[in-house]
Design a binder for this molecule. Sequence first.
Ligand code: NAP
Length: 300
Amino acid sequence: MRQVKIGTTGPQVGVLGYGCWRFLGHSLSHAETLIETALDLGMSLIDTADVYGYGGPGFGAAEALLGKVIAANPDRRRRMMLATKGGIIPPEPYNSSRDYLVSACEASLDRLGVEQIDLYQIHRPDLLTPWDEVARALEDLIEAGKIRQVGVSNFSPAQTRALQANLAPRIVSTQPEFSAMHIAPMDDGTLDWCQEMNAAAIVWSPLAGGRLADAHVPGEGDPHTLLAVHVELDRLAHQHGVTRSDIALAFVLKHPARPVALLGTQTPERLKAAIRALEVNLSRRDWYAILEASRGTPMP
Ligand SMILES: NC(=O)c1ccc[n+]([C@@H]2O[C@H](COP(=O)([O-])OP(=O)(O)OC[C@H]3O[C@@H](n4cnc5c(N)ncnc54)[C@H](OP(=O)(O)O)[C@@H]3O)[C@@H](O)[C@H]2O)c1
């Protein structure tokens, strides 16, 4: 699989990664199949968060299941770039104070059953913690060997720069929502910041949580826009002999920030099928046609 480097020193990861938001309630055997399938396909970035499971089996449940998958075959740890996130604690809802982040990270290490997290991301900006305190927490965690690199998620570029101004190590990634239904990161400076800083854009919900594959999947987003985007995706799917989802992923992957798209399917067959998107090379006109359908207006 095509690779991108996370940070200036790497590691390299596949441009498709696997996300564990929905990785819940499975038997160990199904959970192992999903992670093995992702790794075998080259989806080496495995992304989770401590809060995944909250509202269902419980806070920490997705990390704990991933920990069991790693424990069942420790070689899997070596094959993945392990990314998690902390800083959301419902119902507060956010806490990036030094003491909380350090304890949250230690709890993540415990659930995952690993010595070190490769990429620790602040899940959402905490508006009540000063940036220098967030920076101290991250520096202390690196110093203690508990995390290797740091990233942010759902941060504005201004928030990322403010944290970076207080932080000695480079912020190597940001994690925005980005898809043909959610194009804001191209306009709000997020994907420009990635290119400015040579940082990775690790993008979430690249299929808009499934709605870009199937309009009946419930979720947010204007139904008229979704219909217009589907029309363009279907036209191109027919032209390229692939599926609508393949075109939706190809749209994300064509952006020059060279995103890593985190897939969230719980079906190994859909993971395998997603590889087809890597073969699709959208023309400039076709890429803009999807963007125009999403914007609802032609480019100026
Ligand atoms: N940083 C953040 O705040 C944040 C927020 C959300 C997510 N994330 C990350 O991003 C990852 C991916 O997010 P996501 O799960 O929303 O990604 P996604 O790949 O856009 O959506 C996955 C969903 O789409 C469904 N789907 C896929 N193909 C389909 C098809 N052909 N027909 C119908 N449904 C289909 C899947 O159902 P099946 O399982 O049935 O295939 C699954 O429910 C998460 O796991 C997490 O790591 C981060």
